[in-house]
Structures are given as C-alpha cells and as structure tokens.
Design a protein around this ligand. Structure first.
Ligand code: SF4
Length: 404
C-alpha cells in the first residue's frame, strides 16, 4: 500500500533514484510499485525523461495513431443516491434541473445523433436512484419498469434499433444487472476513481458516497471480467489522493486486467474545481501533475493498453498529453455537451486532428468497443453484425476528420 507521505510533500524523488527507477523500466518491463512511486514524484527536471519513456512504450505498441469515439451522451437520469464532493451532475428529485429522460427525449437525441454520424450511445446516470427516491420509483413504474437498469436496457435497445452502439456507465452494478445489459452493450464502464479508503472518511471526497467504497468497485470490475465484458475504467487525479495512492489505483487496474484481460481502456481524469461543489476551494492538479500520472499509467499498464484523457478537461494541454503517452481521447459529441462537466466544451474534431498532426499523430475514429475485443468471447453474437458494419464504415473512410 501507499507509503505515509504528505500529498503536498515538496520533496521530489532525487535525480539518482529517479534514473535508477526509470532504468529498471526500460523496454517493456513494468515498474515495481516502489519504482512507480519514485517515478510519479519525479522532479520537473526529470519530467522529459519520464515522458519520453512513456511515449516510447506507447509508440512501440500503438504507433502514431490516436483515436476518439463519435458519441451522443444520454444522461438517462441525473438522480443519484450518492453525494460526491466534486459532482455537479447529481440532483435530488425536487432540485431545479433534475430529470429522467422520457422515451420521447431518448428518441429525439438518438435521431439527432444519427443525423450527425454518431456511432456510440453513451448511457450515463447516477447510482441506483430508485433505492433513495420514492418519486423515481413511481416514474419507473409509469414507464413500465421496476429498476433504473431495466429502463436503461430499453434505452440501449432503442439505440441499437437506430444504428448506434451503446456503452453504459450506470455506477455500481450487480452481476445480474450486468448480465441484463451485456446483450445490448458493446462495453460497460465504471471509474475505479481511487483505491484509497481514506477518501471515504469524514470531510473527504467520498464521505457521502457509499458506492465509492473501493472494495465494491474492484469487485464489480472483477465480476465484469468473469462475464467477459469489455470494460472501461480509470482513476481521478486530484480528489484528495496522494501520488502513491494514484499508483496503487493503477496497480489494482493492472492486476484486474492481468486476471481477466477485459480492460479495454483506462481513463486518467483530472479533477476540475467548480463554484457549486463542496470542493470548490480544492486545488486542481496542474498540467504537469496530470502528465506525470499519465506517463506512470502508461509505464505501469504497458504499451498495449488504451490510455485516455478527456480532451475537454485539459483544453490547453493536448500536446503535452500526447507526449505523456496517451493513445485515445475518448468520446467526443457533435450533438450533446459533457453533462458531467457541462462548462467544458468538447474540442472541434478537426482542430484536435490538427493538433495531433502537429505532434506527428493521425487521429482516427473508433467504436466504443476496441478492435481487439470484437470477438466471440467478448461480444454478444446479436451485436456482431452491427459492430462489423460500423467498423467497416470507419475503415472505408466515412470518418471525415481522419488526418492524411
Ligand atoms: S459522481 Fe456519480 S456517484 Fe458521485 S454523486 Fe455524482 S453521479 Fe452520483
């Protein structure tokens, strides 16, 4: 586990210890946990060497292609039984701005998405609101459902019927719920966020979020592995964890992937301070701190894993993040905002492609299931035809923004 280090510790890893740790991580050798602790605390002067090692690892496996998914973001409901200190998405039923999308809402947005060439339908919602709110149970009953996940499954079926591929992130799910969603989703997601139970303590980011108990999230990701579900997870940077706890979270993800082989992508997401949140005064991680985390993630997880940073949360740092070892920008929507960070607009895809080109990369569209998971073990047979068709459309160049 993490050493007991002050998160604000001003002392970086001494140059010699950094060099020794990096030397042990040459080629495709993964760092030990202690070496990863040393790397993530590197001095600014050592940052170029850390980034170069991470970028080389990415280049060996991924070459110079960076991907994104053209998506529509469908916030099925923003009701949530948790209260994370950094969240502006969640609402109570009587709050202004509380919603649960009707079938008509879902249809309208799917139609807009289709007309704009989207291929991913991201279903994103709060954690199990029916256990906290009677009015939500009544809404579900009026829709003909007993659970939010039952309604999400219907929304996924609607998306498939409109030619889009669903990816659902609905918080903590049971094995039965994942079994229900698997035949209508090409992948599922749950941010691990952190393995630090410390953040569940009073005054910390997850004090009022029982679904953020790390052991429960690790258990769900393992269950998804046993169900052979292509899975998206990741860590949050800057919610009160130490750099060593970031490393511990990355090692936990690595261990799950080594056990089940189902982690199709890992997101490194930076905390953004907003006036409405309990953590309004908390410092945001700097670009360099985020780059350190990305580089150590690349070295820890290996060159082969897909590593993503949301481009709208670091609009001025795309080139730095490419140099730190990412190979994916995640979902970008031409039709909806990022409802979790509505103040942060998506980049124009053409502009992002130009930035990638300037750094020597080609930006390409991908589906919400990565190519290495498009096989019988990971994909329900009912979805194979649709996935093949859309993958073919991308290959044939309907991606207007692929750099030449
Ligand atoms: S971050 Fe997710 S789980 Fe936490 S309050 Fe917001 S919607 Fe709920």
């Amino acid at each position: 586990m993490a050493r007991d280090i002050d998160p604000d510790c001003p002392h970086p890893t001494p140059a010699r210890a950094f060099t020794e740790a990096l030397d042990r991580t040459t080629g495709d050798a993964e760092p030990s946990r202690l070496d990863a602790y040393a790397l993530i605390r590197c001095a600014d002067a050592d940052l170029p060497a850390l980034l170069a090692a991470a970028a080389a690892s990415r280049d060996r496996s991924k070459g110079r292609t960076v991907t994104y998914s053209r998506k529509v973001f469908l916030p099925i409901t923003n009701l949530c039984r948790d209260r994370c200190s950094y969240c502006t998405f969640r609402k109570d039923p009587n709050d202004p701005g509380a919603w649960t999308m009707t079938r008509a809402d879902i249809t309208v947005w799917l139609q807009r998405a289709r007309s704009q060439g989207c291929r991913e339908a991201l279903m994103c919602l709060g954690d199990r609101p029916e256990t906290a709110f009677r009015s939500h149970r009544e809404t579900l009953r009026a829709f003909g459902h007993r659970s939010t996940i039952g309604y999400v499954r219907e929304a996924c079926e609607m998306a498939l019927a409109m030619g889009l591929l669903p990816h659902t992130n609905a918080g903590l799910l049971s094995v039965e719920e994942m079994r229900l969603l698997r035949p209508v989703n090409v992948s599922l997601g749950l941010m691990l966020e952190t393995v630090s139970p410390r953040l569940r303590a009073r005054g910390m980011a997850h004090a009022h979020a029982p679904d953020k108990e790390p052991a429960r999230r690790l258990a769900m990701i393992a269950d998804a592995g046993r169900l052979s579900i292509p899975f998206t997870t990741g860590v949050l940077v800057g919610i009160g964890e130490t750099p060593e706890e970031r490393v511990d979270s990355l090692f936990a993800i690595r261990n799950l992937h080594q056990a089940y082989g189902h982690i199709q992508e890992v997101i490194i997401q930076n905390f953004r301070a907003k006036p409405q949140i309990a953590m309004a005064q908390a410092p945001e991680p700097t670009a360099v701190e985020l780059a350190r985390a990305v580089a150590v993630a690349r070295l820890t997880l290996g060159g082969d894993l897909n590593l993503q940073v949301p481009p709208n949360l670091s609009p001025d740092d795309h080139r730095l993040l490419l140099r730190a070892g990412i190979n994916d920008w995640g979902g970008i929507s031409p039709v909806t905002c990022d409802y979790v960070n509505p103040e942060a607009p998506w980049p124009e895809i053409a502009a992002l492609a130009a930035t990638c080109r300037a750094e020597g990369f080609t930006l390409r569209e991908r589906l919400p299931i990565y190519p290495q998971y498009m096989r019988a073990q990971f994909l329900d047979p009912a979805l194979t035809g649709q996935v093949d068709r859309l993958a073919g459309a991308i290959r044939e160049g309907t991606d207007a923004f692929a750099a030449h």
